[in-house]
Design a binder for this molecule. Structure first.
Ligand SMILES: Cc1cc2nc3c(=O)[nH]c(=O)nc-3n(C[C@H](O)[C@H](O)[C@H](O)COP(=O)(O)OP(=O)(O)OC[C@H]3O[C@@H](n4cnc5c(N)ncnc54)[C@H](O)[C@@H]3O)c2cc1C
Length: 451
């Protein structure tokens, strides 16, 4: 008869790995079942020749993401500052302007308006109780509106709307009409404030992991690597009185408890017996993923720095990409320009074949950073909506009505099954920090019997 495990963890992203780490510390018998052939999930470093790499998925950490810094320290992994010096570029109405600091060069009225909209969102976000967003004072009203409706109402100039939209699309990885205003506010509060979400210095984009985020995922997994079963997509979960069977093609494992650490969109692909409670199953059907592609030019040197550019761009809907960053490694031994291609722009861009995408991308790179930018050593683009085991990114999004109608049903245990993943986090929802916190919370529910 097969061994009865204490716990089976489904998913070896940061959330599953964080749960496994805690269970191992308590000498629990567990395994991790992972559909892919690697750890890291929505974080993935692609290694190129000559020790070059790019982070296709999650790559930044920043202040108040305390668990990430602690994990990195415990694993002996270093981090470094994101390059943030020089002139930024604003591509607005097909005109390119450069500026330094935080304030773009544009008409004063639009600048005042941008400041007003962002501050208003921050003020409203402060009123969201993180553990119960549906109890915010105006939760029902805010949850019946989209973020788009709010932004349209409060952006009085076209230029304000264009800049705010490009910034917020980069934060949520979706069109603004796909997100409930209440969820947008919860997300802001969950990640401290909007300034933090949008910034490099003192913000969510402040630091990179040396060697790429994969280095950290692998270091976290190292002590229990032999307990991770790769290429094992879970298809059925059967709860009996004292045990749970977790099954897929050619495997079946039994445990007293299960931790689910996969994106919500993939949960409904698993057959549960008994079926998941109606509330959870209905909520899962509503949480669709955002869509984001990363587009990289890798160069022998970060040449734009010598020309006084930071590598940062914000571009309106006329351009193929919303935002750009300098994503070069710690020692700047080569240069990486990273463009974010999000929502409708991603759907349009990734409908093209690779050579057309490369042509469109390099034209944009050249427009901002000159001829050298059109001749990268490597061109790479990657759309997370194409990945069967993610189906989009950065995270599942609550549409209008979902928070107030379903509350935090997603994180609630169902019998012997506990629920992790960044979408169950109160703090840093949608980020790697949230994934780690959620994994640790689910493990502690089992270890300490706390729910
Ligand atoms: C382009 C991009 C940029 C991002 N940028 C940042 C950033 O800079 N900073 C940041 O903090 N966050 C960022 N994020 C978000 C961050 O990567 C995620 O929030 C986080 O990695 C989610 O971790 P998770 O463990 O909850 O889920 P996942 O990483 O999705 O892990 C789930 C795992 O479950 C596996 N799985 C799925 N279904 C099954 C099944 N049926 N059976 C077995 N295994 C299964 C998957 O293969 C996966 O490995 C970004 C994401 C993307 C894609």
């Amino acid at each position: 008869m097969a061994e009865l495990l204490d716990t089976i963890i489904v998913g070896a992203g940061f959330s599953g790995l964080a749960a496994a780490r805690l269970l191992q510390k308590e000498n629990k018998k567990f395994i991790v079942l992972e559909a892919r052939d690697r750890v890291g999930g929505r974080t993935h470093t692609r290694y190129l020749k000559d020790q070059m790499y790019v982070d296709l998925g999650g790559q930044w950490i920043g202040p108040t993401q305390d668990r990430m810094y602690e994990l990195a320290k415990e694993c002996g992994i270093n981090w470094y500052n994101t390059y943030n010096e020089g002139k930024n570029i604003l591509d607005l109405n097909k005109t390119i302007r450069t500026y330094t600091g935080l304030i773009p060069k544009m008409d004063v009225l639009s600048l005042i308006n941008i400041d007003y909209v962002l501050k208003k969102l921050d003020r409203m976000a402060k009123r969201i109780p993180l553990d119960k967003p549906w109890l915010a004072p105006q939760a029902k009203t805010w949850d019946s509106l989209t973020l788009e409706a709010f932004v349209r109402k409060h952006c009085y100039t076209a230029n304000c709307y264009k800049v705010v939209r490009a910034g917020l699309e980069t934060v949520y990885a979706s069109e603004l009409n796909e997100v409930s205003l209440l969820h947008a506010l919860f997300y802001i509060r969950s990640g401290t404030n909007l300034n933090c979400l949008l910034s490099i210095d003192n913000g969510a984009q402040q630091h990179r992991i040396k060697g790429g985020m994969q280095t950290l995922a692998e270091a976290v997994a190292k002590p229990f690597y032999e307990l991770i079963k790769f290429n094992c997509p879970v298809k059925r979960i059967i709860q009996q009185t004292d045990t749970v069977s977790v099954e897929g093609d050619g495997f079946s494992f039994q445990a007293k408890k299960v931790i689910m650490a996969i994106p919500p969109v993939l949960i409904n692909h698993i057959e549960f017996t008994p079926a998941l409670p109606m509330y959870k199953s209905q909520l899962i059907q509503k949480l669709s993923m955002g869509i984001v592609g990363k587009v990289f030019g890798v160069y022998e040197k970060p040449f734009w720095r010598n020309q006084g550019f930071s590598g940062q761009v914000v571009a309106d809907e006329h351009a193929p990409f919303q935002t750009f960053f300098d994503s070069s490694p710690a020692d700047s031994s080569y240069g990486v320009l990273l463009a974010f291609c999000i929502a409708d722009r991603a759907r349009a861009f990734f409908a093209n074949d690779e050579s057309t995408r490369k042509k469109i991308a390099l034209e944009a790179f050249g427009k901002y950073f000159g001829k050298e930018a059109t001749q990268p050593v490597h061109y790479i683009d990657h759309c997370w909506a194409d990945e069967a085991w993610s189906r989009g990114c950065y995270a599942g999004l609550y549409p209008a009505g979902a928070w107030t109608n379903f509350q935090n049903t997603l994180a609630q245990p169902t019998g012997s099954i506990h629920w992790a993943g960044t979408e169950t986090a109160d703090v840093w929802y949608g980020y790697i920090e949230g994934a780690v916190r959620a994994g640790e919370r689910a493990a502690n529910e089992i270890l300490k019997g706390r729910v």
